[in-house]
Design a binder for this molecule. Structure first.
Ligand code: HEC
Ligand code: HEC
Ligand code: HEC
Length: 316
């Protein structure tokens, strides 16, 4: 079986995005380009707050002394900002310069089609060159992954560019195969690492907010526990209500079937660490050509998944 190797999208998508760090690019999805909206329908209109109040609020979110029901979300937004960053953000909001993805970056958004990141990998000339079968003479530059002569002259590290556009300004990538976890198309600066207290991905991708910020909602599969319920009861190991042996004798547990996957009313904790499965992208080429062709990747499946439906098919 051929391995799936993904390459990064086209240079055009890497068109300069506002610096994600201290800029307000990350805020506009919720607060509006000029902070003129009530974020998620509940925040104050930040543009109408005084600079002092904005600074007070942002510092307060950071140390936990300010905020309402969704202060945890704002804490995630400001956790990595210094006092100086907060001051400069507040000034730019009041000075009207706090505009993120606008005309200069609009192309990526305007063209917001889904990018086929497999397009370049199966280039015929390249595959022929790299195919060593039945050849008397092979080009030395295809022998190694560095694609250089055997003297390894001029070997340079791969200069992958990770400066993706901020969330809301990027174009999504086509799925690699049916129900593959989608790659992260936007910048993750300031969002990683995900910790117990700070998971900003949820702030935009939870189903109830995702639509409002234009993000793909976290799918039903992530709210489902597909594992058999396993408990220790009176010294016996019980899986899905079936005794599977004493502590000393675990017995054969592989024949335990889950009667019904449990749909939870909260995110299943096994899905909490998003970046474990969803990876951000850099524009690097694959080390070798790739002849993988996904089966059945057509229509909606290029841009969305239906895993939970498939698993539930026929289950009553
Ligand atoms: C995912 C959506 C989201 C993002 C992104 C976001 N905010 Fe917020 N913001 C909110 C919500 C919701 C509140 C209200 C939170 C609460 O309950 O206190 C809020 C509150 C605020 C407040 C205080 C307003 C009030 O109601 O007291 C300020 C100031 C603010 N945000 C600035 C920012 C800045 C600056 C950024 C970017 C660094 C940002 N926000 C990013 C959703 C967001
Ligand atoms: C400020 C809001 C915001 C935050 C925070 C955010 N995202 Fe996104 N995400 C988006 C938007 C909007 C899109 C759609 C593409 C775009 O417009 O940039 C998106 C797209 C994606 C996609 C592609 C979905 C698809 O259908 O192809 C993945 C995967 C993703 N995000 C994962 C993450 C992960 C993981 C995190 C946390 C590290 C995260 N996002 C944090 C707003 C956000
Ligand atoms: C254990 C691996 C894993 C983890 C952890 C994980 N995902 Fe996924 N995700 C997947 C897979 C596989 C798919 C595609 C199949 C499916 O829908 O379940 C997917 C699909 C998605 C989609 C696309 C849904 C659609 O309708 O097309 C989004 C958005 C998403 N995940 C966001 C997240 C976010 C945000 C987190 C963190 C809270 C997260 N995922 C954690 C594996 C994971």
């Amino acid at each position: 079986m051929t391995k799936v190797i993904k390459v990064m999208a086209l240079g055009s998508l890497l068109a300069a995005s506002a610096l994600y760090g201290v800029s307000t690019a990350a805020c506009v999805g919720c607060h509006g380009a000029n902070f003129e909206k009530k974020a998620m329908g509940i925040s104050k209109v930040v543009k109408d707050m005084s600079k002092e109040d904005i600074v007070k609020a942002l510092k307060g979110y950071k140390d936990g002394s300010y905020g309402g029901a969704m202060k945890g979300l704002m804490k995630g937004q400001v956790a990595s900002l210094s006092d100086a960053d907060i001051d400069s953000i507040a000034s730019s909001i009041k000075g009207g310069s706090a505009k993120a993805p606008d005309k200069t970056e609009a192309p990526a958004k305007a063209e917001a089609k889904v990018v086929d990141i497999n397009a370049k990998v199966a280039d015929k000339a390249r595959l022929d060159k790299e195919d060593l079968g039945n050849k008397k003479v092979v080009d030395e530059t295809v022998l190694g992954l560095r694609k250089t002569s055997l003297f390894e002259e001029n070997v340079k590290p791969n200069d992958g560019k990770f400066n993706r556009p901020a969330p809301g300004a990027s174009a999504r990538f086509e799925r690699a195969y049916v129900n593959a976890p989608p790659m992260i198309p936007h910048s993750v600066d300031g969002l990683l690492p995900i910790t117990k207290e700070n998971n900003q991905c949820l702030g935009c991708h939870m189903p109830d907010v995702a639509k409002g910020v234009g993000a793909t909602p976290i799918p039903p599969s992530h709210f489902t526990n597909y594992r058999p319920e396993t408990v220790l009861k009176d010294g016996e190991l019980v899986k899905e209500g079936k005794k599977v042996g004493l502590k000393a004798d675990i017995g054969n547990t592989s024949d335990i079937k889950i009667a019904k996957a449990k749909k939870l009313n909260h995110l299943y904790q096994g899905r909490f660490n998003c970046s474990q499965c969803h990876a951000p992208q850099a524009n690097v080429d694959t080390a070798v050509g790739n002849t993988f062709k996904p089966d059945g990747l057509t229509g909606d499946l290029k841009t969305s998944s239906n895993l939970a439906d498939i698993i539930n098919d026929g289950v009553k």
